[in-house]
Ligand binder design. Sequence first.
Ligand code: NDP
Length: 300
Amino acid sequence: MSAEIIDGKAFAGTVRERVSGHVKKMVETHGVQPGLAVVLVGEDPASQVYVRNKGKQTVECGMASFEHKYDADIDEATLIGVVEKLNADPKVHGILVQLPLPKHLNSDLIINTIAPEKDVDGFHVVNVGRLGAGLKAMVPCTPLGSYMLLKDRMGDLSGQNAVIIGRSNIVGKPMGQLLLQANATVTIAHSRTKDLPAICKQADILVAAVGRPEMVKGDWVKPGATVIDVGINRVPAPEKGEGKHKIVGDCDYASCAEVAGAITPVPGGIGPMTIACLLANTVTATARIHGLEEPADLTF
Ligand code: NDP
């Protein structure tokens, strides 16, 4: 195994330290405490764990955390009312509606009800458009975290050949925008892409955001490439005992690490960076809302 392991868990700790420092300064100098509101609908166990972790880390960084939990049968008008109230609340600088929402709720409508300046997930169409246009935007947390790790390892990304597998609105497309703005040459591959292994093999930067366990093999990777594995897949792990599971990425770690120059592990890579970037985005949103200087070390 030759690749350097990109320690997302450690870097997320660095981002949280930066966040705590900026929060302290905002509170002490300006009397402003950043606040993050998370809206959770239903009982989805994974979502409940995420929301608990987010709340805990928010408070640990000195910010205010507001959790709003509703039964799965909440109607759309009521939920929109909740978001509108948070939009108007001066203690709230960031609003996150935990996805997925139950099927009877129109996620796009709910997300687009969030005030764009408080949209710390960066999913509102205004932020999507602003990012695409190269304007100041709230940047979705997973691509932002991936980008921060790339910049930390590689510095200037100009002219790098970047291949992203996956074109979702939450990962693939915004990742493409960030890399394009960093002057990389970007290819976004998807399920209709022809000869994916050959395309991946051209990549100096390979980002896998597919949702298919261990799909990317070592012989798809250009020697020395930097591999960012966004995937989080729960698969059976009979070696751990009957009925046990483990989390793996979209890359076959063992074979990719033989060839890559650096690679993010799963778990411990992009996952921790995603929550850290949510906290970072809340600080950025607070600075913008109050007209304070934006922390340059927390944004794109
Ligand atoms: P989506 O399901 O929304 O998108 C998957 C993308 O992969 C689609 O664009 C799809 O193409 C493409 N794809 C599917 N199969 C293939 C294939 N065989 N070859 C090439 N492309 C393919 O997933 P997300 O973007 O939401 O998430 C991707 C992964 O990242 C998941 O494992 C998810 O759990 C993880 N994730 C991790 C986060 C973190 O914090 N680390 C946060 C968010 C997601 P098409 O568009 O043609 O269907």
